[in-house]
Design a protein around this ligand. Structure first.
Ligand SMILES: Cc1ncc(COP(=O)(O)O)c(C=O)c1O
Length: 319
């Protein structure tokens, strides 16, 4: 019998998401994906056109046959393929704003045929019956780190390799340009090896106030949506559970260089989409070229978000 409700027992410590015992703490999203694929052993995989090459690397390394599917302007698959018994589908919760689609997805596929990429949905990520993962270094200044939910897999991870931290140190010291080449070199070193999350990353994560980080993200998302929503061609929910960034797609393309000249660095998601074979459909190419993933993370206050919104708005008005 379950006892639910009534008076409270003594308060029990509850681990933050990254320390939950049901999850594996690995080095990267690629490590998580490799562990899932080694366990499920699919022969074929359905993957979205709209993703970076790092997502595809584990499939390629394991010689899994790839079939690409298309998404619509809400980032949902245009149609859900019928899967052969030895096939899986990889679904990405883009920008953490697609969670509503998960219900349809999980109703359509057996848990052993579905891989949920929650890289952009850290604060909506939780232990579940589904093979899923999220990548921590996309959220925090740590050398590596990812969380894997693999309900019935035994995961044998190798000890964490040494990780460079110069880019983190230089950026902390305000030396943004000097740190950039170290950052690029650091990113280049990630591969699909199933390695553990580095102890330094775990140490740093212990200092993070997860609730404050989450609240800052939500506040910043709402601020940008209030300011820039009227220009946004994307139909995005006004109250997403776990936004990764503020995705902005405007009628007239905004020049990223004009923003970077003002110290506003907006990543390109994802250049790989434009050069990949088989050729990417028009919607995904358009997203890769023009969507701005505006940062909303906990480093930024209302003041900085206002600076960003002002700069974007000014460029839009001078187009
Ligand atoms: C949506 C998505 N999933 C997975 C990955 C791979 O994560 P990692 O770089 O931690 O291997 C990326 C990398 O950018 C990504 O954008």
């Amino acid at each position: 019998m379950h006892n639910i409700g009534g008076y409270f027992e003594l308060e029990q410590p509850k681990a933050p998401i990254w320390q939950q015992p049901e999850l594996h703490r690995l080095a990267s999203g690629r490590a998580c994906l490799t562990a899932i694929l080694q366990h499920l052993k699919p022969k074929q995989a359905y993957v979205p056109h709209y993703c970076c090459d790092s997502v595809l690397a584990p499939f390629r390394e394991l010689a899994i046959e790839l079939h690409f599917y298309s998404i619509d302007q809400q980032f949902n698959p245009r149609s859900l393929p019928q899967l052969e018994p030895q096939a899986v589908l990889l679904w990405i919760n883009y920008f953490g704003i697609c969670s509503d689609f998960k219900t349809q997805l999980t109703a359509s596929y057996h848990p052993e045929q579905l891989i949920i990429d929650d890289t952009h949905n850290l604060f909506g990520f939780e232990p579940s019956p589904y093979y899923s993962f999220s990548s921590l270094r996309k959220y925090f200044g740590i050398p590596d780190g990812a969380l894997l939910c693999a309900p019935s897999a035994s995961v044998a991870a190798t000890p964490a390799p040494a990780r460079q931290t110069q880019h983190l140190e230089l950026r902390a010291a305000g030396q943004v340009q000097q740190g950039y080449s170290f950052y690029q070199a650091h990113e280049q070193r990630f591969d699909c090896a199933i390695a553990e999350m580095h102890p330094l990353s775990q140490q740093l994560m212990r200092q993070v106030d997860m609730l404050a980080v989450y609240q800052s993200r939500l506040r910043n998302f709402h601020l940008l949506h209030q300011r820039l929503g009227k220009y946004n061609q994307l139909d995005i929910p006004s109250h997403p559970v776990s936004p990764f960034c503020y995705p902005l797609l405007t009628e007239d393309a905004i020049d990223r260089t004009a923003l970077s000249q003002q110290g506003l660095f907006i990543p390109s998601l994802w250049a790989d989409v434009e050069t990949r074979r088989p050729e990417t459909p028009a919607t995904e190419r358009h997203l890769a070229q023009h969507l701005l993933a505006l940062p909303i993370d906990h480093r930024y206050s209302i003041v900085q978000m206002t600076v960003l919104a002002d700069a974007v708005e000014q460029l839009l008005q001078t187009e």
